[in-house]
Design a protein around this ligand. Structure first.
Ligand SMILES: Nc1ncnc2c1ncn2[C@@H]1O[C@H](COP(=O)(O)OP(=O)(O)O)[C@@H](O)[C@H]1O
Ligand SMILES: [Mg+2]
Length: 256
């Protein structure tokens, strides 16, 4: 079943047409979204999560149109995301940061500390968060202020936060960027396992094609705001238009 469905989505900022007629679907499992820098990948996530409003087209999440009112109503549909640069609460400890990813119903009206101690639901949430940290090899860091962790670990904490509520749709924006090879392994294996176990629909923007291939049976390629092609990773990266798009990007980067 399709969890995320974009149909003919345009996004324009002033005179800058950033997305043009984007069609893309994601079902339970992992879907990759790749493309050169500036292609519009993050803008796709911003449109899905209500940070930007498409100028044309339709976005449906679990069959429902994206509600108006920005990111909060979208999050209530069970959508969670990460950012290219982690947006965590630096002075809060790692466990509390993961808990901030939970259902707003659970946290509403309570201070975070109060909520940590009290209800059965809160205890279940806490054990879920602890379990996630364990899965990602971060159990020992649970009580550390998150700002004390290296960037790679912070990015993994943000992924754990996105998974904490067992969301219906998870959008990960370059989760492996800036990670060491060891951190990539620490991220990818548990992520694949949790995604499978919880039946999550996960869309992953990622430049590391090995990570994409490990996680995603299908991948879409975005170039200048249009979907160039879509299919299994090995097939997609061999597509002549994709080769040209990436070559064009690297030549442009060398000779601006
Ligand atoms: N809020 C915004 N206002 C104006 N331009 C934007 C905004 N967000 C993105 N853009 C422009 O859209 C284009 C695509 O950006 P982005 O979606 O971040 O690309 P990618 O994630 O593929 O690198 C860029 O030219 C960027 O400058
Ligand atoms: Mg981006």
């Amino acid at each position: 079943m399709t969890v995320l469905d974009l149909s003919g989505v345009d996004v324009r900022f002033g005179g800058n047409q950033v997305l043009s007629g984007v069609d893309m679907q994601a079902a339970a499992g992992f879907t990759g979204l790749i493309g050169p820098n500036g292609a519009g990948k993050t803008t796709v996530f911003n449109a899905v999560t209500g940070y930007v409003r498409p100028t044309a087209g339709q976005i449906r999440i679990g069959g429902q149109p994206v509600p108006p009112g920005g990111p909060v109503p979208v999050a209530r549909l069970g959508v969670r995301r990460t950012f290219q640069t982690p947006r965590l609460v630096g002075e809060l400890d790692v466990l509390s940061n993961v808990l901030t990813g939970l259902d707003s119903e659970l946290t509403r009206g309570h201070g975070l500390l109060e909520f940590l101690g009290i209800s059965r639901r809160a205890r279940a949430a806490r054990s879920r968060a602890v379990e996630l940290l364990g899965a990602f090899g971060l159990a020992d860091a649970a009580g550390e202020p998150v700002a004390n962790l290296p960037l790679g670990s912070q990015k993994i904490v943000e992924v754990a936060r996105a998974l904490a509520s067992r969301p219906s749709l998870v959008l990960l924006d370059e989760p492996a960027a800036g990670l060491s090879a060891a951190d990539v392994d620490r991220l990818v294996e548990p992520l694949a396992e949790i995604g499978r176990a919880d039946g999550l629909a996960v869309v992953v923007i990622e430049h590391d094609l090995e990570v994409v291939s490990r996680l995603c049976p299908r991948v879409a390629v975005l170039h200048f705001g249009r979907i160039l092609t879509e299919g299994p990773p090995a097939q997609v990266v061999a597509h002549p238009d994709v080769v040209t798009a990436y070559l064009g990007a690297s030549v442009a980067a060398v000779h601006p």
